[in-house]
Design a protein around this ligand. Structure first.
Ligand code: GUN
Length: 293
């Protein structure tokens, strides 16, 4: 039997609509417009595309978008000064520094410098620390992991008590998604490049989160029948039949996995659209914090 396809585009559209209405209401009630500053350093085409999509979403939802595009050779001190300026700017509720940064810049120091109440990416160490700790909550949940949790919730997947396996331990996805699933009472296993029996671990998963960045690495024969599969990967695969010469695929081999899984996200159209939706939600929340409502 073929799996239920979890439609991230549709669920993201619902979140967008909720935020659009909330922003309109905030304008009406408080005469206040939320603002998001995006900082793009250098010329990386993927990063530029992501930032453009984030800014477009702001426009569509009535959020003010403040875009800063900076040459790749900016110094650490100059970038720190920009973050300080945005921290102090009352028109800016959220600050997003698109990652990765050029290698000469100290990412940790930059993320540390973002004001906690403007950290809409949820990457500040205090937010990550709170996410990790029992009984504490961050001001902001990192957008992609947050999107994964919303997909599970809206698809009616029971997380409490489930065996969740995360493949990948990145700061942006693997680690925070593991912490969120643990907070939601799943039993969590994190697998990575040194895991000895990867397929054996994956086969135990009621909920599988693939965030490795390797095209179609996880195949249907590794998946427990009926499992929920959330594919965070976005990889280019050569495809001469396409005009641009490639197509996007996930970390999971969708064709074989959908025959075994109970529910699965497609790539594209699964987790991808959720990242921006949750960023919009976080930006609205940052404006609520600024207004103290
Ligand atoms: N690079 C890849 N994903 C993200 C994200 O969610 N936020 C930022 N700032 N950079 C990223």
């Amino acid at each position: 039997m073929s799996a239920q396809i979890i439609d991230g585009k549709e669920i993201a559209a619902q979140v967008h609509e909720e935020v659009r209405l909330a922003v309109a209401k905030m304008k009406e009630t408080h005469n206040y417009t939320p603002g998001l500053a995006t900082v793009l350093v250098g010329e990386d085409t993927a990063s530029a595309t992501y930032v453009r999509m984030k800014r477009k979403a702001c426009e569509e939802l009535g959020i003010r978008s403040i875009g800063r595009e900076i040459p790749a050779n900016i110094s650490q001190a100059e970038l720190m000064a920009l973050v300080t300026e945005l921290n102090a700017d009352p028109a800016v509720n959220g600050i997003l520094v698109q990652l990765p940064l050029p290698r000469h810049l100290n990412e940790e120091a930059i993320l540390n410098a973002i004001a906690l109440e403007k950290d809409v990416d949820g990457f500040h160490p205090v937010n990550i620390g709170r996410l990790a700790m029992k009984g504490r909550d961050p001001l902001f949940i990192p957008c992609t992991p947050y999107g994964v949790m919303v997909l599970l919730e809206k698809s009616g997947v029971k997380v409490s008590g489930a065996d969740a396996v995360i493949v990948g331990r990145s700061n942006i996805v693997g680690l925070p998604v593991a912490m969120l699933l643990q907070k939601a009472n799943a039993t969590v296993t994190i697998c990575h490049s040194r895991t000895r029996d990867l397929a054996g671990h994956i086969r135990q998963a009621d909920i599988l989160i693939a965030a490795i960045g390797q095209a179609e690495m996880i195949t249907g024969d590794m998946i427990k029948p009926g499992a929920t599969v959330i594919d965070v990967g976005t990889n280019r695969k050569d495809d001469p039949s396409r005009k641009r010469g490639y197509r996007l695929v996930g970390d999971v081999d969708f064709e074989s996995a959908k025959e075994v899984a109970g529910a699965i996200t497609p790539v594209p159209g699964g987790v991808g659209p959720m990242t921006i939706a949750m960023l919009m939600k976080n930006t609205y929340h940052a404006a609520e914090l600024a207004l103290k409502i």
